[in-house]
Design a protein around this ligand. Structure first.
Ligand code: SF4
Length: 362
């Protein structure tokens, strides 16, 4: 299939004295000559401006449980319409979506998808939210914002799944249109970000502080634990102390299992024991809601009351097995508030993922 690229105008750039144009979306600060693309591949210099080449194009759609994002405290049990585009502004060697994120192939963007068409599809499929996922939405933020606005006009929430590697001004613009986010906190050392992701940690922490201090976006954190790279007790201790002190105890943390993939096939998969250890460290440091992911671990994936330890949301994988919250999101046993976005009852979507073959197809 031959796909014609779009050239959507963008604003986050400025001219340099040497004639190049610098993109200001993310800390990469790509400086581009005519016709060049940034590291993300999707932002490109055309003439005297930088354009977004993937506006209105998707790499495909799926209906997922919201727990798969992962978001455990945001409309539990409901359906989310997931979609992505192509490209990424990090270069993680362990990427689990590398076929999309590192795509240089226009065929990846097989679906024409206007913001209104996506919102209409989400509504028709019974999705309570739409998620920008598979690749990082900050690189296509103009498109993501328009999709979010079209969805919100129909009462459908917007969810960003992002690494948070974005500059302050575009971050402010982007998150103003989001209702929830899952942000990767990939490690807690600059060395890891530099060596494994070709990025930096500090801008990610700044994004997280922005979310906590200046927005109403509900957000949760995900750390993919890779054996011997980011799973030491001391790193997890420092990370989780920082989260509690700078973001607060109510930000849920998800510790998920690595599986050998992309350019990192020389490491074993993460053991459940490692994930449980990380969860224990987090909770000992004051994180109220810490979860394991990508493994079978019902206890590690269930939500308990931070005050009385009653079971609030039992889970088995992506299936909800019990519900102990009141209609106002309080503990049914002791009435302590459980942080999150809850309704009187949980959704009943179940764990299946359902690909959607075409915009306009059910
Ligand atoms: S968004 Fe893309 S073009 Fe812009 S600085 Fe980041 S990697 Fe470079």
């Amino acid at each position: 299939m031959q796909v014609v690229e779009s050239a959507h105008p963008t604003t986050w750039w400025h001219r340099l004295d040497d004639g190049r144009i610098r993109c200001d979306v993310c800390p990469r600060a790509c400086s581009l000559h005519e016709g060049q693309r940034g590291l993300c591949f999707v932002r490109k210099r055309e003439g005297d401006a930088i354009v977004l080449t993937t506006y209105g194009r998707s790499s495909g759609f799926c209906v997922d449980p919201i727990e798969k994002k992962p978001l455990d405290h945001f409309l539990p049990g409901t359906s989310v319409l997931s979609f992505g585009t192509a490209g990424c502004n990090l270069a993680c060697r362990f990427c689990q979506n590398w076929d999309i994120s590192k795509s240089r192939d226009a065929d990846t963007l097989a679906e024409a998808a206007s913001p209104e068409a996506i919102a209409e599809m989400a509504e028709r499929l019974g999705c309570r939210s739409v998620a920008f996922t598979y690749n990082d939405p900050v690189i296509f933020l103009e498109y993501a914002i328009d999709v979010a606005d079209a969805c919100r006009a129909r009462g459908i929430r917007a969810v960003a799944v992002t690494a948070g590697y974005v500059n302050a001004e575009p971050a402010r613009a982007f998150f103003a249109h989001m209702d929830a986010a899952n942000v990767d906190l990939k490690a807690f050392t600059e060395r890891f970000y530099h060596d494994v992701c070709a990025g930096r940690l500090a801008p990610v922490l700044a994004t997280l502080e922005h979310l906590a201090d200046q927005t109403d976006v509900w957000f949760e954190l995900t750390t993919l634990l890779i054996p011997d790279l980011n799973d030491s007790d001391s790193e997890l201790d420092r990370m989780t102390r920082w989260v509690v002190s700078r973001l607060g105890p109510d930000v849920p943390m998800h510790f998920t299992a690595f599986h050998p993939d992309w350019k990192m096939r020389d490491r074993p998969p993460t053991s459940t024991r490692t994930l449980t250890r990380a969860r224990s460290i987090a909770m000992a440091n004051g994180v109220r809601y810490a979860y394991t992911g990508n493994v079978v671990d019902p206890e590690g994936q269930s939500t308990r009351c931070h005050a009385c330890d009653a079971l609030l949301i039992g889970r088995d994988g992506y299936r909800i097995t019990s519900w102990g919250l009141t209609a106002t999101g309080h503990c049914g046993t002791c009435d302590a508030l459980c942080a999150g976005v809850f309704e009187a009852a949980h959704g009943t979507r179940g764990p299946q993922r359902r690909p959607v073959s075409r915009v306009g197809a059910g």
